[in-house]
Design a protein around this ligand. Structure first.
Ligand code: ATP
Ligand code: MG
Length: 565
């Protein structure tokens, strides 16, 4: 591509409304332009990158045996009513009416449409298993569209749906898709983790999310240093600590802590470690209040708490008035000693191992020191209540946990018969009996991957594309081209030679000064830069620099071409 004939539209200013680096760089590089909230145009430059991602996704899906089709974006209300999702999908569903006042939605996903397709097309078990996929624009009316195309309302998704005669066949295809996703994200050059997103069933294989690791990610992920184990922090189990609770040594005593309500204030005042304190939180239970105790250096995991039998499926803090009414003291000084019998006390596994600890005294301005379970404080039962932290033992016994943030770029899910049942999608099995099909669904956020890759690969100068995603692999920058026929000719010659080898090359023939050419090439992240100038040509050398490296290399023509053999 000759850049004089292309539409490059880089800007210097950092856009004011962009919060994260990928959004800023995509705007500065001129990859996307906003049309309306969460709705973007992909410029010719942005589209080159998007198409690369799409091509790899398509290639690997085809290799895995999935078959491409294309379903409509506009979907009829009646079909969504058959599955009950016309109501249940909620505000994300963009509903529209045609001129006859018939209801439609703009597809946020395609389970309904693909299952309708399958119930008409698939008649016999002999046609199964089959996996249909498409790469297509979706619309979700997100409450808070943000970060550019990262969380957009209109975005590009690859969605695949597999159909099976039984659950075993589904499990095989699920594995196939899991492996395919691993290949796709590896080829794209991304650092990622497959995270167990299982919603409860033992075995943990009904659903996985693929996350690109980046600090700006919306999800916190705990993963093991020693294995593939990875889980959403909210779901990761905090293993029961090994060892016994030490014997009680101290006698319990009351201490005045007039203004020390938080763990930080308390530990600073008393000179004890947070890990030697008990933090007590009062939540609303099924019958009255419930006390939850964790160590001072740990945090309650609300999702785990919500699953306790004593709680109504959600974890809601009691307010000050409720606490004062039941316990006679304000929050900040609550503890397990002498709580009314009507309040169950559920103690985290780690907190249960403490001896001689510090906790609130259930009296304003007072804490207790030298407290021990059983002797001084009752506990109703012990449970896993806390969020895992960096350095915890991995639940699969293979090392320690690290915690990182992740961006969800893919999701594989064993749906089972949910949609097939609702839409009565059956095939005849080998006995001639009608059977509801089992389904899997597999999504990839094609457009989100572009932003996620930038989050992982950037520096002060701009984007550092992984080779497979770059808009061009090489940029040729001729110095002072207008004045030098030798430079112009050699730039053309090299451009043709590399292009002839199937390499995507940008020839910067815009006649800009070197600084401007280099700044653009760095901003838009082209991996290889070749500078051609009169002085180098006279010496038979080219100036080469790999994006991200600080130094130029002076290479002969052969050495240069060897880089792209
Ligand atoms: P999220 O939790 O991020 O809202 P989701 O779980 O709703 O995503 P899925 O229904 O699993 O998303 O969709 C498949 C993929 O589509 C996601 O893994 C994600 O990469 C992408 N995706 C979902 N919503 C958006 C969006 N608003 N903008 C860009 N990509 C999206
Ligand atoms: Mg998801």
């Amino acid at each position: 591509m000759r850049l004089s004939r292309f539409h490059l539209a880089t800007v210097k200013e950092v856009p004011a409304d962009a919060e994260i680096i990928s959004h800023k760089l995509m705007l500065r590089a001129g990859m996307i332009r906003k049309l309306a909230s969460g709705i973007y145009t992909w410029s010719p430059l942005g589209l080159r990158v998007l198409r690369r991602v799409e091509a790899i996704v398509r290639e690997e899906m085809n290799r895995a045996g999935a078959i491409e089709l294309l379903m409509p974006s506009i979907q009829p209300q009646e079909l969504w009513e058959e599955t009950g999702r016309w109501q249940k999908f909620g505000g994300q569903l963009l509903k529209i009416k045609d001129r006859k006042q018939a209801g439609y939605c703009y597809g946020p996903t395609h389970e309904e449409v693909v299952t309708d397709f399958a119930r008409h097309e698939l008649k016999s078990y002999k046609q199964l298993p089959v996996n249909f996929y498409q790469i297509q624009t979706k619309f979700r009316d997100e409450i808070r569209p943000r970060f550019g195309i990262m969380r957009a309302r209109e975005f590009l998704m690859k969605d695949a749906y597999s159909f099976h005669v039984d659950a075993d066949s589904l499990a095989v295809e699920y594995r196939n898709m899991y492996d395919t996703y691993t290949r796709i994200f590896t080829r794209l050059g991304l650092r990622f983790r497959a995270v167990d997103a299982d919603t409860g069933a033992i075995g943990g294989s009904a659903s996985h999310e693929f996350h690109v690791l980046a600090d700006s990610g919306e999800d916190a992920i705990a993963f093991s240093s020693g294995s593939d184990y990875a889980a959403n922090v909210e779901k990761a189990e905090a293993l029961a600590p090994t060892g016994e609770r030490p014997a009680a040594q101290a006698t319990m005593e009351s201490i005045d802590t007039p203004t020390q309500k938080t763990i930080d204030e308390l530990t600073a005042f008393l000179g004890v470690a947070a890990a030697q304190c008990i933090k007590t939180i009062i939540v609303r239970g099924n019958q009255g209040l419930v006390a939850l105790c964790v160590r001072g250096d740990h945090e309650i995991n609300e999702i785990k708490a919500a699953r306790l039998d004593e709680l109504p499926g959600e974890s809601v803090l009691a307010d000050e008035a409720e606490i004062e009414g039941a316990i006679g003291c304000k929050p900040g000084f609550i503890g397990p000693v002498g709580l009314p019998d009507s309040i169950p006390i559920i103690v985290d596994r780690d907190a249960a191992l403490l001896a001689d600890f510090v906790c609130g005294a259930n009296a304003g301005g007072k804490h207790l020191r030298g407290v021990n379970w059983e002797r001084d404080a009752r506990s109703t039962r012990i449970a896993d209540l806390r969020k895992v932290v960096e350095g915890d033992a991995a639940p699969d016994g293979t090392g320690t946990l690290s915690i990182a943030r992740g961006i969800e770029v893919g999701h594989v899910f064993q749906l089972g018969s949910k949609y097939a049942e609702a839409l009565d999608a059956t095939v005849l099995d080998d006995q001639g009996k009608a059977r509801i099909m089992s389904m899997g669904c597999y999504g990839i956020g094609v457009s989100r991957i572009v932003a996620a890759a930038i989050e992982q690969n950037n520096d002060e100068a701009g984007i550092l594309w992984p080779e497979a995603m770059a808009p061009w692999q090489v940029v040729i920058c001729p110095i002072n081209m207008a004045a030098s026929a030798a430079v112009r000719d050699e730039a053309e010659r090299l451009y043709n030679e590399l292009t002839g080898r199937g390499i995507e090359v940008a020839l910067d023939d815009r006649g800009l000064r070197p600084g401007s050419m280099f700044a653009d090439a760095e901003l838009i992240g082209i991996p290889h830069r070749i500078v051609i100038g009169d002085r180098g040509l006279a010496a038979g050398t080219y100036e080469y620099r790999r994006r991200g490296e600080a130094e130029n290399q002076s290479l002969s023509r052969d050495e240069l071409l060897a880089l792209f053999a």
